[in-house]
Design a binder for this molecule. Structure first.
Ligand code: SF4
Length: 392
């Protein structure tokens, strides 16, 4: 089955982080179409390439070098193709190769393995990118092409559901006691995340999932609006629970002292994480309703600010040049490409070899993030050691 035509279960593994928290979402989402974004389509294309390259490595009899070259040629015809995909799928393949080479014996490997976890989740199934078993360890490896949010393998419900499915399929043949989960996100600088747990931990998760999934499948339980939970929910624009929650965060203040404390600031920032995102989602949805000719009381759609563009830039420039406007100085601007753009064009390795010594890392602008963020906290406060060094 092609990546694009893959069927989706009501309680899919990729949305487990949502329905495990908000057990009402899956049935609510059923009312909305499952549309695919440009980024998701790009990810699908990269997955197709990744799958073939891993198959070619482990099973060249199935996908020969010739077959792979032909398939890549076909993929390149896709308008979303980018040569970068070859580099990023290299990182994924290198990772899988490294894991398998370091094992004491040749592992059993399955690529794009359909896993059935319906013992835990009603009608639950999914497709794991790569499953590997060696000795008593089950490896589940996932390729993620997104470059926005880093995804951690630690207690990742999608990965744990795949592990449950893979375990159920292989437990008779292999004495699995250890589960190793890996997410390879090659477009991010620290894009590989690993986590390991025991079979007992996985079974405990299975027990928890069973209860939550039963509620989610029947559309019972509670709504749990929250920035991360609602972000990709198809009902997010119209969900009353999310709407009420955000309105409450924004307006219900009650009787309070005139100044807020640091503690309150922290609490409020946490509570209001989704308010701005929700307002944007609501605006987009209301605009689409207005454009569809429906009424949203108090609002209407209008044409935004117009912009001008040439109908024929070459002809216009030619006329301007003939009339005495200096083309090079006035009509064109000469700008250097950014470091990242040049690196993308010539490739990471050649870039480093050629001009790596001219690159410095400038400190990033301070940013406020949640305490769970893995980066080290910074302050402007001068430490005793720094103060002492200055005096010398
Ligand atoms: S928008 Fe949020 S609260 Fe509403 S159903 Fe979706 S996940 Fe649940």
């Amino acid at each position: 089955m092609g990546h694009e035509e893959r069927a989706h279960a009501l309680l899919s593994a990729s949305s487990a982080h949502r329905w495990l928290k908000c057990t009402r979402c899956a049935r609510l989402e059923e009312q909305f179409p499952d549309t695919s974004s440009e980024a998701a389509k790009e990810g699908t294309l990269a997955h197709e390439l990744a799958e073939m390259r891993v198959r070619n490595y482990f099973n060249p009899g199935d996908i020969s070098k010739r077959k792979l070259t032909f398939a890549i040629k076909k993929l390149k015809e896709d308008p979303l193709w980018d040569n970068e995909m070859l580099t990023h799928t290299d990182t994924y393949l290198d990772y899988i190769r490294d894991v398998s080479i370091k094992l004491p014996a040749t592992p059993f490997v399955e690529v794009e393995k359909r896993v059935d976890f319906s013992k835990y989740v009603p009608e639950g199934f999914g497709t794991a990118d790569c499953i590997m078993i060696q000795g008593n360890t089950l490896f589940v490896i996932d390729f993620k092409y997104g470059k926005g949010v880093p995804v951690s393998a630690e207690e990742n419900p999608q990965m744990m559901l795949y592990a449950l499915g893979a375990y159920e399929a292989c437990k008779i043949l292999y004495p699995i006691t250890k589960i190793h989960l890996s997410i390879v996100q090659p477009r991010l600088p620290d894009g590989i995340s690993n986590w390991e747990c025991s079979l007992e931990d996985l079974m405990e998760f299975g027990g928890y999932v069973k209860g939550r999934a039963a509620l989610a499948f029947s559309g019972e339980g509670e709504f749990a609006p929250d920035e991360k939970t609602c972000k990709f929910c198809r009902a997010k624009n119209q969900c009353r629970a999310r709407s009420d929650h955000n309105v409450k965060q924004a307006f219900e203040l009650g009787e309070l002292p005139p100044l807020i404390t640091n503690e309150e600031a922290g609490q409020r920032l946490l509570a209001m994480r989704d308010v701005v995102a929700y307002q944007k989602d609501l605006q987009e949805w209301a605009l689409s309703e207005c454009l569809a000719g429906k009424e949203v009381p108090g609002w209407k759609a209008v044409e935004g600010r117009r912009s001008r563009d040439w109908t024929d830039m070459d002809a216009a420039f030619e006329r301007l040049t003939k009339s005495g406007v200096a083309a090079e100085e006035i009509l064109w601007e000469r700008k250097p490409l950014t470091l990242a753009q040049i690196e993308k064009i010539i490739g990471k390795k050649d870039f480093n070899d050629a001009v790596g010594e001219f690159v410095i890392q400038r400190p990033g602008k301070p940013a406020l993030v949640e305490i769970s963020d893995k980066r080290e906290a910074i302050t402007n406060k001068v430490t005793a050691q720094e103060a002492f060094q200055e005096e010398i």
